[in-house]
Design a protein around this ligand. Sequence first.
Ligand code: FEO
Length: 170
Amino acid sequence: MIKQSMQDAINQQIVREMYSSNLYLAMSAYFAKINLNGFANWMRIQAEEEMLHALKFFDYVIDRGGEVNIGQIASPKHDWNGPLEAFEDALKHEQLVTEWINGLAELAVQEKDFASSSMLNWFIDEQVEEEATTGEIVDRLKLVGDSKSGLFMIDSELKQRKKAPVAPAK
Ligand code: FEO
């Protein structure tokens, strides 16, 4: 049985992952509006991945005999001043998510909750990848600067990103 403190913290993280999903969906809509459909595709898939993260925590609480409580999800920002600003926001957000995951990992150690530590190791590794991927796009956007052809080249690459596999229902 999961301890109340860990359950509360994971329930809070479920909401944060759902917020992340909505934030990236809002970014996807923004990119679609300015006709950068590769960027829109990348963000839409990112939004789906965040929902899978929420579901991973959701399933974990249930598997441990806990209770899921979905709290209120704040409305994300809807407009950005260009792709660089949007991706810089995404990177800042991922850095924040890493802090939240680290906080959860710290709590699991304090509570001697080894099952939660093991589950959270997946998220610790995932955050390394999330920050690296988003950071790489920020760097490339800085590199192309005002070049329209550079921007369209990145856009066509981001169009190649494939949909994440759907989590099986329990
Ligand atoms: Fe669920 Fe992008 O971290």
